[in-house]
Design a protein around this ligand. Structure first.
Ligand code: GFB
Length: 402
């Protein structure tokens, strides 16, 4: 619509005002908050989203729902996929005020956030990769420097005229008077939109924000696709959903286990203060033998404890090796078939895993963590590969038998 704005500014103004009225969009006097989900892929972005939602509520500002940032093989620029492609907007409103970024930019931005007043927020100066852009007298957030930063804001034709460094303020609105500090430093009447260079949230998701997952509900397209796959492809009966994270990036990431207390989503099984143990390599990467062993054990346990809802199949989601051959060979004698999606679809994989009767995920992976949180919100059971440690499990079994 940029051409309309340039050629016929008056008509453009009438159009946006009328459209805003039709869409029933009114200005929020408490202000808005927007950010680029510029770190990591879906699992990371989802963790950040929950924190940003809690932060927006803490500050009592409407959260502008960013699109999801995706990376396709061979493409230099990220793709921005509207938030509501995957998740419904309405259930989020049970928790706090939100608006789609396209709605905000199209209907409200001209009035609330004119081009001459677009300021980017970062904790402290972010140096540009292009040396000539770095001016010691004018430190800058360089909010559009690099991928996905540039493509993200470009999607909505946003350029920034200034930078604002918000340090030492931070985003934990649960444990201090941080929200009041933000409000007094950046009141909504003089700062109607806080636009962050990255998500105003921690990774992994803060413990207090995990439960916000219940407001992230799959869009009808994904709900229906998951239901159809379960009904039409899987045999009748219960199924176990498993997540096998085993691509080359993961093999490399797992090397960090040896020098870390936490890695990515590991607090989901070890606890945020390692109260349920320390990291160990098998938690990150499992052998094929241990995967088969644990899967068989889980199926046998369910057969004993829930004889009326016997497991009939396994659904495998993976970024690389689905182990379909190995798993079929190992499980066919138990009368269990093994399935995967015919085409790679990370979102449909997630939606199906969320619906499985039992789920085994990777404790370190934030992709698995999304499934675990969703299942927790429904009271569905979940387990992790190689957790607890096999040695600890044998000890506690021996203890139970005594
Ligand atoms: O989601 P994500 O941050 O999870 O990144 P982790 C992993 C991406 O790999 C997903 C794909 O967003 C998907 O695109 N992927 C992973 C899958 N598992 C599956 C699957 O079962 N099915 C399909 N279709 N796709 C960590 C990051 O990834 O990986 C770290 O948190 C770092 O930032 C590390 O990049 C190497 O937490 O698993």
């Amino acid at each position: 619509m940029q051409w309309l704005k340039l050629k016929f500014p008056f008509i453009y103004l009438i159009c946006t005002v009328t459209a805003a009225a039709w869409a029933n969009l009114e200005r929020d006097p408490n202000g808005y908050l927007t950010y680029c989900p510029c770190m990591g892929r879906f699992g990371n972005q989802a963790d950040h989203f929950l924190g940003s939602l809690a932060f927006a509520k803490g500050l009592n500002r409407t959260l502008i729902l960013p699109p999801w940032v995706e990376y396709r093989k061979g493409e230099m620029r990220s793709r921005q996929v509207p938030f509501n492609t995957y998740f419904d907007v309405e259930p989020l409103k049970d928790y706090h005020r939100v608006i789609l970024m396209s709605d905000f930019m199209w209907h409200l931005a001209d009035d609330i956030w004119p081009e001459s007043e677009r300021v980017s927020f970062c904790y402290m100066e972010r140096k540009s990769l292009q040396q000539e852009k770095n001016n010691p007298d004018q430190p800058n957030c360089h909010a559009k420097d690099g991928n996905p930063f540039g493509p993200f804001w470009d999607t909505y034709n946003i350029d920034f005229v200034k930078s604002e460094f918000y340090g030492p303020l931070h985003f934990d609105v649960h444990h201090s008077s941080m929200a009041t500090k933000w409000q007094s430093k950046y009141p909504a009447d003089s700062w109607p939109v806080l636009a962050f260079t990255g998500a105003p949230a921690s990774f992994p998701v803060q413990l207090e924000n995990r439960e916000l997952q219940k407001h992230m509900q799959w869009s009808a397209k994904y709900r229906d696709a998951a239901r159809d796959f379960i009904r039409k492809v899987l045999p009748r009966g219960a199924f176990v959903g498993i997540h096998l994270r085993n691509g080359i990036d993961w093999v490399r990431a797992c090397e960090h286990v040896k020098d870390s207390q936490h890695l990515f989503a590991s607090p989901q099984c070890l606890g945020y203060k390692n109260e349920r143990g320390s990291l160990y390599p098998e938690l990150c990467m499992q052998t094929k033998e241990s995967i088969v062993r644990q899967l068989k054990r889980t199926i046998k346990n369910v057969r004993q404890t829930q004889p009326n809802n016997e497991i009939k199949s396994v659904f495998v989601a993976s970024d690389a090796n689905h182990m379909i051959g190995e798993l079929n060979a190992a499980l066919s004698r138990m009368g269990i078939s093994v399935h995967r999606l015919p085409e790679d679809d990370p979102y449909l994989d997630l939606a199906i895993l969320g619906q499985s009767n039992h789920f085994i995920g990777n404790c370190i992976s934030s992709y698995s963590a999304f499934v675990k949180r969703e299942r927790d919100s429904h009271g569905f059971p979940s387990y992790f590969w190689s957790f607890p440690k096999e040695k600890d499990r044998q000890q506690s079994k021996a203890h139970e038998e005594l």
